[in-house]
Design a protein around this ligand. Structure first.
Ligand SMILES: [Zn+2]
Length: 329
């Protein structure tokens, strides 16, 4: 315990000497932009000072314009049937969330067009994490064109390929290498049993930034298993590994206000530091049934007593801003 505390104090001290981060990707949004995003009474800086939700999926019932991948999904899988940016804003803006990282929805497979169109329609508000076919011969060109359209990371998950095949896959190697070269992130959606494979890849590609979804799903079984949490925390030795503290509705007891997750949260704060953690809701799933948006953000904002205000800012905005809203070459 004392080792963790001293490590945390050290990390805090190190962070305080770092230059202040300033957002680069989006310069001061214009008045026209503020109008377009429906914020006539807010100054552009209100967007930048608001919180960032680092993981949300949007989709539209307009299947003619944006067809889903019918080989894997049917309309019945779209629950709720619609979650557009307008529906998202109704949830997130009352909580002070002004920017959001959109995660390409699996229904659309590698057709990122709905997400890209929404990024374009709401300049300065969204960043994106796309899904790409890592076996494509023109992978580098696809990465470049997605990055130009606002994509800052690539989601990898068990999609027709077992996770333990990733270490021997040449397309996956190229994706990790290309992302590292272009300052883009690899975003694994994995189970605790997959953490070891990701650990190996992090060792092989130390310069590639990796953002683990939802604590690596530690706690999805209903309890936080210490060996699984330890496996997640072992990744902290790789300086470019970040963790999304997110999807509270799906972890542990799965009951708002989710305070049973506080020991896990405090542990990852000690191991990674708030500068490598980012809060996210995983909407629309966080706003179904007994779960709601406010309970998700409140766990970090109101219930983590050990955080300083600056550390809270990192978890609720600054880490996601640095990782997902930065300019890339
Ligand atoms: Zn998600």
């Amino acid at each position: 315990m004392s080792r963790q505390i001293s490590r945390r104090v050290f990390l805090r001290a190190a962070a305080s000497t770092a230059p202040l981060f300033t957002p680069k990707l989006f310069s001061e949004p214009s008045r026209a932009h503020a109008d377009e995003v429906g914020q006539k009474n807010e100054t552009p800086s209100a967007i930048e000072s608001g919180w960032i939700d680092a993981h949300v999926h949007v989709w539209t019932p307009d299947l003619r314009r944006y067809p889903i991948d019918k080989s894997r999904y049917s309309v019945r899988d779209m629950k709720p049937p619609s979650f557009t940016p307008q529906q998202l804003f109704a949830e997130c803006r009352p909580a002070g969330v002004q920017r959001v990282v959109l995660i390409q929805m699996s229904f659309y497979n590698t057709d990122n067009s709905y997400m890209l169109d929404m990024i374009k329609e709401h300049p300065g508000v969204f960043s994106g994490v796309g899904i790409i076919d890592h076996t494509a011969v023109d992978l580098t060109r696809q990465v470049r064109s997605l990055a130009a359209a606002g994509v800052r990371g690539f989601r990898i998950s068990r999609r027709g390929q077992e996770v333990n095949q990733w270490t021997g896959d040449s397309g996956m190697a190229k994706l990790w290498e290309t992302a590292g070269n272009k300052n883009l992130s690899i975003c694994p959606l994995i189970n605790p049993s997959d953490l070891e494979v990701v650990d190996q890849l992090c060792t092989r590609y130390p310069e590639t930034r990796v953002v683990i979804d939802h604590f690596g799903r530690v706690g999805i079984s209903g309890e936080i298993i210490p060996a699984e949490l330890n496996a997640l925390c072992r990744l902290a030795r790789h300086k470019n590994v970040y963790v999304k503290t997110s999807a509270f509705y799906a972890l542990g007891q799965k009951n708002p206000p989710y305070k049973d997750l506080l020991p896990m949260l405090n542990r990852v704060v000690d191991e990674f530091s708030p500068q490598r953690l980012m809060w996210a809701s995983d909407c629309p799933y966080q706003v179904q049934g007994k779960h709601d948006y406010e309970s998700s953000i409140a766990l970090i904002r109101d219930h983590m007593d050990s955080l300083s205000q600056s550390e809270r800012n990192w978890m609720l905005r600054d880490t996601a801003e640095k990782v997902f809203f930065a300019k890339v070459s």
